[in-house]
Design a protein around this ligand. Structure first.
Ligand code: NAD
Length: 498
């Protein structure tokens, strides 16, 4: 059976443990490969390789590091089809979605190609008599990233794309559910010209995560995953003196005003709620139509739209979405549907029990929709992370806007309307990190930054864009004086410019 190894110092290695994890093919339900489970010793080997390689990489001028990024981008494009197939085979999402996953990561690499400009510091001439000040951004050293299963290409590239361009060495701990693409990315980065040891992958689970969080030579940790683990990573990492950004779960709302273009809304919410089987942190699993008439029309139209959706294996070009990632995850989603029924929500479409001919063992679940969900229901409060749309009816925009603002998660929100003034006010006031106006999945482009609020993110610095540069660098400020003659005045008080 195929084995997925660690990638340390430019070489594939099985590491020091015999423990392995199963990698499934979600379309068939069969185990297709095994992944090595790393130990603290494996992590330390990667850290030592990174420590050895990083100073020279940091001393390489930023233009040369940018050239590595350019070559890496070209390799991603040249290998797009193979990477997308590998990704889909372990994740289950349709090929077009896998290509989107890689493309959104590639766009961060494009941003990182501008690193000579992005790392330019600040300078003040004549801050005092003969005094100039300049500030520079220096890499942190060895940094690490821990990533979730749902974007095995994009999220690692959010992190290592920026970290490497800034002159750091990086250790990636990908999800154990779909670890093959991250290793391929590290191989391509080596091919692009990054020195051995600059990008290492250590496979595994909590054992490796804990080793990262307590290792004395890792300066910063970037995490993306569910909120409880994000909080654990944030509190443990910061207690160990590390800079940490930890992105968590989500429950994004799409508010529909009566003046919205309903054709557009139905198409957008169908894609945003059910695409990738709902396994996106920026999915739109809650629809909030405002007013009874809007709600009745929306539920009717959405029922028809759902009936047109086709589930299929990842390689089926006609499939709208594929299976979920594991049998355990499907069971979790089904349990939430059961919970919603028990809590009194109206199950308009039931996706449970879906089966695909010839793929009866695959982890498929059809699209579901609940109407008359209320904010006190646990199935509303929790993230389901599956193809389940919950409709919460509201009487006014104010009532609708309170829902995402008061929810424990605050990743994304969308408002569908033709009213510019209402949209402007909503965007300014809503207590959520990323807002879409007639945009169902408002994932910011690579040169902006990505980050939610409340329990969707712990720490202050967003992913990618200029905040990514900030996260992976520290500022050094130099105040210099070149006096024209002998210095007579020895002052023993704090210098001021008065
Ligand atoms: P997860 O939290 O189960 O796993 C994320 C990472 O943490 C993995 O690498 C995993 O190995 C590790 N991990 C798991 N259990 C751990 C433990 N007990 N201790 C230490 N480490 C542990 O998340 P997932 O199921 O892989 O991904 C889905 C979740 O990620 C969803 O909640 C989704 O909303 C979230 N997500 C958030 C964003 C965002 O930017 N906010 C983006 C993508 C996904």
């Amino acid at each position: 059976m195929r084995q997925v190894h660690h990638f340390i110092s430019g070489a594939h290695t099985a590491g020091s443990d015999t423990r392995t994890g199963n990698i499934f093919d979600p379309g068939t339900g069969q185990v297709q490969a095994q992944v090595c489970m790393g130990t603290a010793a494996d992590l330390d080997e990667a850290v030592q390789a990174a420590l050895a390689a990083q100073p020279e990489w940091a001393a390489t001028n930023p233009q040369r590091r940018a050239r590595v990024m350019f070559r890496f981008k070209e390799l991603l494009e040249a290998n797009m089809d193979e990477l997308a197939e590998l990704l889909s085979s372990e994740h289950g999402k349709v090929i077009a979605d896998s290509k989107g996953d890689i493309q959104r990561g590639l766009e961060v690499i494009e941003f990182a190609c501008g690193i000579p400009h992005l790392l330019k510091g600040e300078y003040t001439q004549g801050a005092g008599p003969g005094i100039d000040i300049y500030a520079m951004r220096q890499p942190l050293g060895v940094v690490a990233g821990i990533t979730p299963f749902n974007f095995p290409a994009m999220i690692p590239m959010w992190m290592f794309g920026i970290a490497l361009a800034c002159g750091n060495a990086f250790i990636l701990k990908p999800s154990e559910k779909d670890p093959s693409v991250p290793v391929r990315l590290a191989g391509l980065m080596l091919e692009a010209g990054a020195p051995e040891g600059i990008l290492n992958v250590v496979q595994g689970d909590k054992t490796v995560v804990d080793a990262i969080l307590t290792h004395g030579d890792i300066r910063a940790v970037s995490f993306v995953g569910s909120s409880d683990i994000a909080h654990y990573v944030y509190s443990t990492g910061t207690a160990n003196g590390k800079r940490v950004q930890a992105m968590g779960g989500a429950k994004n709302h799409g508010i529909i005003l009566p003046d919205a273009d309903m054709d557009q809304v139905v198409a957008d919410i169908a894609g945003a709620a059910f695409g990738s089987a709902g396994e996106r942190c920026m999915a739109l699993p809650v629809a909030v139509p405002v007013g009874t008439e809007t709600a009745d029309i929306f539920v009717d139209r959405m029922r028809d739209e759902i009936n047109k959706l086709k589930i299929g294996v990842a390689t089926d070009p006609d499939a709208h979405f594929g299976p979920v990632v594991t049998a355990a995850h499907r069971e979790r989603v089904e349990n939430y549907i059961e919970m919603g029924v028990k809590e009194g929500a109206e199950l308009v479409v039931d996706g449970r029990g879906a089966s695909l001919q010839g793929h009866e063992e695959g982890f498929f679940i059809g699209p579901s929709m609940f109407d008359r969900v209320t904010p006190d229901m646990q199935s509303y409060k929790d993230e389901i992370f599956g193809p389940v749309l919950q409709v919460v009816r509201a009487e006014s925009l104010e009532e609708a806007a309170r829902l995402p603002s008061e929810h424990q998660y605050g990743n994304g929100v969308a408002l569908f309307t033709r009213n510019g003034l209402a949209a402007r006010e909503f965007a300014s006031k809503v207590n959520v990190g990323m807002v879409g106006i007639n945009v169902p999945i408002p994932v910011p482009v690579a040169y902006h930054t990505f980050g939610g609020w409340k329990r969707s993110a712990f720490g202050d610095i967003n992913q990618h864009g200029v905040e990514g540069i900030r996260f992976y660098t520290k500022t050094k400020t130099v105040t210099q004086r070149w006096p024209s003659g002998d210095v007579q005045d020895q002052s023993f008080v704090i210098p001021t410019m008065s």
